[in-house]
Design a protein around this ligand. Sequence first.
Ligand SMILES: *Cc1c(COP(=O)(O)O)cnc(C)c1O
Length: 364
Amino acid sequence: MIPFLDLKAPHVELREEIAEAIARVVDSGWYILGPEVDAFEAEYAQWCGAAHCVSVANGLDALHLALRAMEVGPGDEVIVPSNTYIATWLAVSQCGATPVPVEPVEGTYNLDPSLIEAAITPRTRVILPVHLYGQPADMDAILVIARKRGLRVLEDGAQAHGARYKGTRIGGHGDAVAWSFYPGKNLGALGDGGAVTTNDPTIADRLRVLRNYGSRVKYVNEVQGWNSRLDPVQAAVLRVKLKHLDAWNVRRAAIARQYLDGLAATDLVLPEVPAWAEPVWHLFVVRHAQRDALQAKLTEAGVGSLIHYPIPPHRQAAYAEAGFAPDAFPVASRMADAVLSLPMGPHLHMDDAARVMEAVRAAA
Ligand SMILES: *Cc1c(COP(=O)(O)O)cnc(C)c1O
């Protein structure tokens, strides 16, 4: 059996370094915020080329609190992709604001900049592109629109640690980037974790207050905040794993190269990579008209696969109240019916990737 993702492998590889890092936290006597969290924030900000990093408890909180730091609230609208993981939308809803979906480009799965202006209203405050599957969205095109219309840009970087747009790492293109360190992400903790990077000192300052009960000085509460902090244990683990992330992303890229070459002659729709994009291949997503049959055959052949995502947010019961017609976003719906994620990860062996391709070629 070739699993879709071997979550244990990176931790087995780094077992001793991780154990030492955790022991350091145990011995420090410091278990909330403090030096380990400060060190991770500084290292991660530097790694992704942003002036500030504020860590939080998870990726959803990173999105939600970043929107709050941009003063998004009831009555406001935020432009989101129609084909993202639901967390992107939930963060907007948690502010009391309204997610306004825009369809993606079919080849790259990312927000189509040519459709954004038509979705802007006087209530729009933020454009929220997602760097989906590890491929950067077209940031310059999005930023031109945002600057022209006086909007903020918050990026959902949950799947794109290390991805480069026009040679520069995701981290400081827009006003802020929200990150998730959920275990399955390219940079994952041993549990939940998240962060926001930004070049804007005001956003960073507000986030530090919002994540900590609205407090800068203990027992002095400036605003009604949240308890959303990255644990020092997770920060220590992330510091270890960050040192290996570039090498791991290189391995993912090598597998993606194999897949792109080896599956070119099949009737699968393969991901398109624009010249300016250096994806980090969080997921390798193909499309096929008989997706469910293809997946069943792969399972029979011992090849794991997953669907990201089977139901677009506008068709979820969670958004029934918004009253979207089921066919309101046909590109997102078509994608949901046809996408399939093949095994991908830094610890997938090349000969296993070759076996995956053989199984896909036989099945497709
Ligand atoms: C994982 C993910 C999130 C949410 O992150 P959590 O840490 O699980 O809260 C948000 N957006 C996208 C695109 C994701 O993939």
